[in-house]
Design a protein around this ligand. Structure first.
Ligand code: NAD
Length: 480
C-alpha cells in the first residue's frame, strides 16, 4: 500500500512512533494509502530543521527566493495531470475541476507570491524640520505553522506556504489528514525546484496531535489556519496566550441574494455553480438563496430543472459534474442536515438522498439538494452544512433580505444579483461579510484581501496582506 511520509529537512521519513493512519478514496470508500500518524516528536524534528534553515533562507536575496518559487509554480503546471488525478482520488472532486481549478490555482499561488515579494516595499517617513527619518524594516517571523483543510487541498495549502516562504520564513506545514496526498507530491516538486533543505517541512497526521503540536510549539511564531470555526476557536484559545500571530480563515453560511432586475440567465447559470461546485464543499458557496418575490416561482422552477440535470458520478468520468463527498462522516453529517430540514418544516424540491453510483457502490455520494424553507432562523439556515445542499426562500424588500442575510454568526462572503448600481452599493456596504460579489461568484484576483468577519475568521490573506502577516514591521528612527 502506498505510504504518505513526512518531509523533514528535505528527507522523507516515517513518524517517530511508527504509527499509520488509513487514507480513503471517497469515490470507492476503500482504503488506498496510509499516512504517518505524526505527533509532537515529529513536529519538533520539523521545527529543528526549519530553525536551522532560517538564517540562510531569510538572507537569501529576494530574486533568488522568487526564482525558486517560480520553478515550483512551473513544476506544478508540468505535473498538472498527475496532481489533478491524485487530488480527485483523495478528495472525490471531479477530475475536470481539479484540472481546471485546484492545480492551476496552486501553481498561480506560487507564481503570484514569487512576483509579489519583489514589489513588497517598506515605507519611509521623513519628519521635515526635525531632521529625522523613520523607515520600516519588514523581517520574516522565523518558523511559522500552516494548517489547511480538505476541501481545496493543494490550492489552500500552497495559498499559505507560498507567501510564508516568499517573505523569508521557514515553514512547518500540515495538510488535512483526509487529503494528504498532493501535499506529499509537492515535496518532490520542491526538491526538484531547488528549495533548500529544511525551508519547508511537511508533517502528516491528525489535527488533534500533529496540528495541536504545531499550534502549541513555543517557538513557532505564527499560525496560518484554514478550517472549521470550532477548530479555529480552539486554536485561538490555545495560541493567543502565547502571543502568536494568528490568521484564521473559518466557516461560512453565505447568502446568495437575487433581485428581480438581475440578468436572469447569467444569474441562473452561476447560481447552479455557486450552490454545488465541489459538491458544495467550498467555504464560499452560496448556501442560502434569497429570491425577490416577483421572480420567486419562476426561479424555483428553472433552478430545480437545471439542478436535476447535474450529473452525479464517479469523479474520474469526463461528464461528471458532482463527485463524491470527502468522507463517510461528512456524508453522514450532510444527510443528517437534510433530515433536520424536514423536521424544521422544509420542503425538498429536489435531491435529498444518498446515491449509489454504478461501479463505485461504496462511494460517498449524495444528490444535489434544494430545500424550500421559510424560517431564516432555523438551524438549517444558520449552521454550516458544507455539502450539496442549499435552501431557498423569497423576500420582498432590501431591508428584509439584509436582516435575513446578516442573521448568521458567520460573515465570509455574499453574492448579490442586480443591475441597479445604487442598490449594489447599498447592499455591498450593508452586508456583514468580508467579501461581496456583485453579478459574479468566486471571481478572484489574488491581490485582493481575502477573509471573513464575525465567526468566519480573523485577518486577511492574499496580496500584501499575506506578506504583512508573515513579516514583523520594525520602525527605525534616525536623527541626522
Ligand atoms: P477542520 O477544522 O476539521 O480541519 C482543518 C485542519 O485543521 C486540518 O488539517 C486538521 O487536521 C487541523 N486541525 C484539526 N484540529 C486541530 C487542532 N486542535 N489543532 C490544530 N490543527 C487542527 O476543518 P475541515 O473539516 O478540514 O475543513 C472544512 C472547514 O474549513 C469548513 O468549515 C470550511 O468552511 C472551512 N474553510 C474555510 C475557508 C476560508 O477561507 N475561510 C476555506 C476552506 C475551508
Amino acid at each position: 500500500m502506498k505510504k504518505i511520509l513526512n518531509y523533514i529537512n528535505g528527507n522523507y521519513c516515517e513518524a517517530v512512533s511508527g504509527k499509520w493512519l488509513d487514507n480513503y478514496n471517497p469515490s470507492t470508500g476503500k482504503i488506498y494509502s496510509q499516512i504517518t500518524d505524526s505527533s509532537q516528536e515529529d513536529v519538533e524534528l520539523a521545527y529543528q530543521a526549519a530553525k536551522k534553515a532560517f538564517p540562510k533562507w531569510s538572507n537569501t536575496p529576494i530574486e533568488e527566493r522568487s526564482d525558486i518559487l517560480l520553478r515550483i509554480s512551473t513544476l506544478i503546471e508540468k505535473n498538472l495531470d498527475a496532481l489533478a488525478e491524485a487530488e480527485t482520488r483523495d478528495n472525490g472532486k471531479p477530475l475536470s475541476l481539479a484540472k481546471s481549478v485546484d492545480i492551476p490555482r496552486a501553481s498561480s499561488n506560487f507564481k503570484f507570491f514569487a512576483h509579489a515579494i519583489t514589489q513588497f516595499a517598506s515605507e519611509a517617513h521623513e519628519s521635515i524640520g526635525r531632521n529625522t527619518i523613520n523607515f520600516t524594516l519588514k523581517h520574516p517571523l522565523g518558523v511559522v505553522g500552516c494548517i489547511s483543510p480538505w476541501n481545496l487541498p493543494l490550492y489552500l495549502f500552497t495559498w499559505k506556504i507560498a507567501p510564508a516562504l516568499a517573505s523569508g520564513n521557514c515553514v512547518v506545514a500540515k495538510p488535512s489528514e483526509i487529503t494528504p496526498v498532493t501535499a506529499f507530491l509537492l515535496c518532490e516538486i520542491c526538491t526538484q525546484a531547488g528549495l533548500p533543505k529544511g525551508v519547508l517541512n511537511i508533517v502528516q497526521g491528525m489535527g488533534s496531535t500533529a496540528g495541536h503540536a504545531i499550534v502549541t510549539h513555543p517557538d513557532i511564531k505564527a499560525i496560518s489556519f484554514t478550517g472549521g470555526t470550532k477548530t479555529g476557536e480552539h486554536i485561538a484559545r490555545t495560541a493567543a496566550p502565547m502571543f502568536k500571530k494568528l490568521s484564521l480563515e473559518l466557516g461560512g453560511k453565505n447568502p446568495n441574494i437575487i433581485f428581480a432586475d438581475c440578468e436572469y440567465d447569467k444569474m441562473l447559470a452561476v447560481t447552479v455553480k455557486s450552490s454545488f461546485a465541489n459538491q458544495g464543499q467550498i467555504c464560499l458557496c452560496g448556501s442560502r438563496i434569497f429570491v425577490e418575490k416577483s421572480i420567486y416561482q419562476q426561479f424555483k422552477t428553472d433552478f430545480v430543472a437545471k439542478v436535476k440535470q447535474l450529473k452525479v458520478g464517479n469523479p474520474f468520468d469526463k461528464d461528471t459534474q458532482i463527485g463524491a463527498l470527502v468522507s463517510k462522516p461528512h456524508l453522514e453529517k450532510v444527510v443528517s442536515y437534510i433530515q433536520l430540514a424536514k423536521e424544521e418544516g422544509g420542503t425538498l424540491l429536489c435531491g435529498g438522498e444518498k446515491l449509489t453510483v454504478n461501479g463505485s457502490e461504496n462511494g460517498y455520494y449524495v444528490e444535489p439538494t434544494i430545500i424550500e424553507i421559510l424560517d431564516y432562523k432555523c438551524r438549517v439556515n444558520q449552521e454550516e452544512i458544507f455539502g450539496p445542499v442549499v435552501t431557498i426562500m423569497p423576500f420582498e424588500t432590501e431591508e428584509e433580505v439584509l436582516t435575513m442575510a446578516n442573521s448568521v454568526k458567520y460573515g465570509l462572503s455574499a453574492t448579490v444579483w442586480t443591475t441597479n448600481l445604487n442598490r449594489s452599493m447599498r447592499m455591498s456596504k450593508a452586508l456583514e461579510t468580508g467579501i461581496v460579489w456583485v453579478n459574479t461568484w468566486l471571481n478572484r484576483d489574488l491581490r485582493t484581501p481575502f477573509g471573513g468577519i464575525k465567526n468566519s475568521g480573523v485577518g486577511r490573506e492574499g496580496g500584501f496582506e499575506a506578506l504583512n502577516f508573515f513579516t514583523e514591521p520594525k520602525n527605525v528612527c534616525i536623527k541626522y
